[in-house]
Design a protein around this ligand. Structure first.
Ligand SMILES: [Zn+2]
Length: 161
């Protein structure tokens, strides 16, 4: 999601930071902060773009199965709450009824005119990996009793940890 939005609305310099991050020379927190500073778009422009992004098939089924088995589900993302909330709360996705129990741990993004400001509310200080939102740390936070937990993810921020 972040890349799609940056491709559309950021100065192409964002790709230099992306390459640094992919090479492991820059943490995602510094990378996202720098990339978002290069973005110029109104809320309406970003919303219109987000509304074209489809959810992965099967997410609804997964949430429904977990809900029926009373298994808590949370979203932990190195991306932004603004994008996640917009896409997941879209009525066509039919997730609204399952959504209230789900907690979203992600970086915070808010529009301010044409500019977008990134904040990292879950952890004041960056972790050793330099994550925007540290997935292992968020899992520990959400699972204080250390119960068995399953992590599902396919992005680079997942593989790095
Ligand atoms: Zn981390």
């Amino acid at each position: 999601m972040v890349d799609i939005v940056l491709e559309a609305y950021a100065d192409p310099k964002w790709m230099k930071f992306e390459a640094e991050w992919r090479a492991g020379r820059m943490g995602s927190r510094d990378c996202l902060r720098a990339q978002m500073a290069l973005m110029r778009a109104t809320k309406k422009q970003v919303d219109t773009l987000l509304d074209t992004i489809n959810l992965d098939e099967g997410l609804g089924d997964l949430l429904e199965t977990c809900s029926s088995q009373l298994i808590p589900v949370h979203v932990i993302s190195d991306g932004f709450d603004y994008f996640i909330d917009r896409i997941l709360s879209r009525p066509q996705n039919g997730l609204t009824s399952l959504w209230p129990g789900v907690r979203v741990c992600a970086s915070h993004l808010a529009p301010n005119g044409y500019r977008w400001c990134a904040k990292f509310p879950f952890f004041d200080r960056a972790c050793g990996h330099g994550c925007a939102t540290c997935k292992p740390a968020a899992m520990r936070l959400l699972n204080r009793s250390n119960a068995p937990a399953i992590f599902v993810g396919d992005g680079l921020s997942t593989n790095m940890q």
